[in-house]
Design a protein around this ligand. Structure first.
Ligand SMILES: [Zn+2]
Length: 65
């Protein structure tokens, strides 16, 4: 598990309110599930805990044109 608090992560903004999480009041923890990168964030401004996934691969369908 990699724990980071600061500007050295790919998730820097609160997914709920958009506040900068790189300051001392923000918290970002990175962990992995298989090849997917997950981030647990906490924002002191809106007091929300969220999870963000940066998937290794996305499979999606495309509607017919
Ligand atoms: Zn927030």
């Amino acid at each position: 598990m990699d724990v980071r608090s600061g500007g050295n992560t790919d998730v820097r903004w609160c997914p709920t309110c958009g506040s900068d999480l790189s300051g001392p009041a923000g918290f970002v923890t990175e962990y992995w599930k298989a090849k997917d990168r997950w981030f647990l964030t906490w924002c002191s401004r809106c007091r929300t805990t969220t999870q963000v996934c940066l998937p290794h691969r996305i499979t999606a369908t495309e509607p017919e044109h």
